[in-house]
Design a protein around this ligand. Structure first.
Ligand code: FES
Length: 223
């Protein structure tokens, strides 16, 4: 089996979990402090908008919509100008990416060697289009235009690691552990939530024929 080819590092910055979205958007969170520090470092500089947006996304994986006003103010721009730039370039994200990023090459060589069928298979497997993610938020799907592996098309990259001569079957073998990992995380979270609810809920118990309502931390009450 061909070894994965380390080729890209860009996606390594994209491993922010969807569950972190809310915390990242909250004022006072670590991510909002990071954004504020980057804005301060670029404040007042001419032509600093794109470098600042790249810096924020490289650090956090996305640009929180709540930071648009602060960016505009620091760079003496209108909110519409900042918003326009963020939405003009597909590179910029306004929501946290999935845990893993799958990039499928859509350039000519890969298209000529099965890239279309591979892309359709991946979309069907993940249940999403490009720029989307599977329902669990485990794998985000992105198009990329040449991974530098044209002689070994079709090619994909997962979290920045390129894989050449990809087939739907090989693709499934790479996706299976990522999706299984997400299912396990979801299952563990569900169990933890159920245990927390169970611990907090009063329980009906019977002692010497008397029915008691046992409330955690409050002893027992006859009912
Ligand atoms: S066209 Fe796909 S790697 Fe170059």
């Amino acid at each position: 089996m061909p070894e994965p080819v380390p080729a890209f590092t860009r996606a390594a910055t994209l491993a922010i979990k969807p569950a972190d979205k809310l915390a990242a958007a909250l004022p006072g969170s670590a991510d909002s402090c990071t954004t504020a520090a980057l804005i301060a470092a670029h404040a007042g500089q001419a032509g600093a908008l794109l470098p600042l947006l790249h810096a924020i996304q490289d650090k956090l994986g996305f640009i929180a919509p709540g930071s648009v006003g602060d960016i505009a103010q620091a760079l003496n721009l209108s909110r519409a100008e900042v918003h326009g730039v963020i939405t003009y370039y597909p590179h910029f994200r306004t929501v946290a990416p999935a845990r893993h990023t799958l990039e499928v090459c859509r350039a000519e060589s890969c298209q000529a060697l099965g890239g279309d069928a591979l892309a359709a298979h991946v979309q069907q497997r993940l249940g999403c289009d490009f720029h989307g993610a599977d329902a669990s938020g485990a794998v985000g799907l992105e198009a990329v235009y040449c991974l530098g592996l044209c002689a070994q098309s079709p090619a994909v990259a997962i979290d920045g690691v390129a894989h050449a001569r990809m087939t739907p079957a090989r693709m499934d073998r790479l996706l299976d552990p990522l999706l299984a990992e997400a299912a396990k995380v979801d299952a563990n979270a569900a169990v933890a939530q159920a245990q927390a609810s169970s611990a907090a809920a009063p329980r009906n118990v019977s002692v010497d024929g008397r029915h008691l309502l046992q409330a955690p931390h409050r002893g027992q009450e006859a009912v």
